[in-house]
Write a protein that binds this ligand. Structure first.
Ligand code: GAL
Length: 428
């Protein structure tokens, strides 16, 4: 028979064990309540993009939340948007999705987005964001989108050795451009790297149109969707200039991803690429140095202009309890100084919050920031229609079709393509 003293000691030990277990269970429960699982749809799958997305994952997990990766490959995001629609129609949206531009309001109209206005108010986003960007993130005055960056689209990336090899300077005008392209071709270097995908052709055309016609023309054509401008002489000249590029590209372009085209410039197989500055993320991952290995210059004729493309995330109302905490954590993180600096250093873009120092950023980023400000003041700041920042998805898709068909169809004239752009602008 155990003595009373032993029984009391045993009871004390048992109680202590049970209390410890209860405390551990409570802590686990609290941590689980605090830890939210956030499924994130994005299309950042290239080298530079994936590294940037990884940063977001790491920083969200440092907050104790779990990142569930829902990555859908395909530059420009077309595949990702298709996947998203399927999930939303099935009543099972991801907690967060990379959505930008007018599509934010289109989704908000469906009453499927979570308001993050409390996070935005706490973070003073109205004070930190340029008003034209803040307004894109709002629905009926409330924030439903969290912006992460400002990409510039109208860049021309040039392999420095290739340019030196032909003894040329970075082209400032389209006449200069074609002289450099001829010299590169003669030297056996593919002058222009491009991927034969609708969004890449559309983006290249968008940049040519800006360079040939200027910001005023660009706004009349693509913001106002003015019929006369869309089929007028300046548009025809822009389309002719765009088609002239074809002879300076290679046969292997069909279906090529944008980052594979960037790799051609990185390794010197091609001399130049028209691409947004997510391309810089690829040069960075390859250990290349701007000003030494490659040059970032405004595309010909667009030195005073800035075509902006702002990546952002929206947050869907989901049934699973507790996820909202992770969604709000992520929204706050996206606009935090630490994330804005680290992410944009890798992504090739510049921070969207305007109060950050660019001391750690390279000369391309510093130039982008200076041009963003000066273009904003001079009327040269224009939204990219090729990257979902301007027209409806229906009109954007119709423009993609017109430009893509014109690029591959040797017999189609610029006049015919211009007429089709005017019709496409009326798609709803
Ligand atoms: C853009 C997006 C960029 C980059 C690029 C290539 O639409 O805003 O962040 O991902 O596509 O995929």
């Amino acid at each position: 028979m155990r003595s009373n003293r032993h029984s009391r000691a045993h009871a004390r030990r048992l109680f202590a064990t049970l209390t410890a277990c209860a405390a551990a269970a409570a802590t686990f429960a609290t941590s689980q309540a605090q830890a939210a699982s956030v499924e994130v749809l994005h299309y950042w799958t290239s080298g530079g993009e994936a590294k940037s997305a990884q940063l977001l994952k790491q920083m969200l997990e440092q907050k104790g939340d779990t990142w569930v990766d829902f990555a859908v490959a395909g530059g420009g995001g077309g595949n990702a948007m298709t996947a998203l629609k399927t999930r939303v129609v099935a009543g099972n949206p991801p907690a967060a999705a990379q959505i930008k531009g007018p599509a934010i309001k289109e989704w908000a109209d469906q009453d499927v987005l979570l308001s993050i206005d409390d996070v935005a108010k706490a973070g003073n986003w109205d004070r930190l964001l340029p008003p034209e960007i803040a307004s894109v993130m709002k629905y009926k005055g409330q924030y439903v989108g969290a912006p992460v960056n400002v990409h510039r689209v109208n860049w021309l990336w040039i392999n420095a050795d290739a340019l030196k090899k032909v003894g040329a300077q970075p082209p400032a005008t389209w006449d200069d451009f074609f002289k450099v392209a001829d010299a590169l071709k003669k030297a056996g270097i593919t002058p222009v790297a491009i991927g034969g995908q609708p969004w890449q052709e559309a983006e290249t055309f968008e940049t040519v149109a800006l360079g040939v016609g200027g910001a005023g023309f660009y706004k009349k054509a693509f913001v106002d969707l003015d019929q006369a401008t869309l089929k007028g002489p300046t548009m025809i000249k822009a389309l002719e200039t765009f088609k002239r590029l074809k002879a300076y590209t290679d046969e292997g372009q069909v279906g090529r991803d944008w980052n594979m085209a960037t790799a051609m410039v990185i390794n010197g197989r091609a001399g130049m690429q028209f691409m947004g500055d997510w391309a810089k993320g690829e040069f960075t991952v390859a250990g290349k140095v701007p000003g030494k290995d490659y040059l970032c210059v405004a595309a010909p004729g667009t030195q005073k202009d800035f075509t902006f493309n702002v990546d952002s995330f929206v947050f869907f109302k989901v049934k699973t309890p507790g996820v909202e905490k992770g969604q709000k954590d992520m929204a706050g993180l996206l606009m935090s100084p630490a994330f804005q600096e680290a992410f944009n250093l890798n992504k090739g873009s510049i921070p969207v919050r305007q109060d950050l120092s660019l001391a750690k950023f390279d000369d391309c980023a510093k130039k982008s920031s200076a041009d963003f400000k000066s273009a904003g003041a001079s009327g040269g700041l224009v939204p990219s229609w090729a990257h979902d920042m301007l027209v409806s998805p229906a009109v954007e898709g119709a423009f993609y079709d017109v430009i893509g068909n014109y690029w591959v169809n040797k017999d189609e004239t610029a006049e015919q393509a211009a007429g089709k752009l005017a019709v496409a602008a009326k798609t709803n």
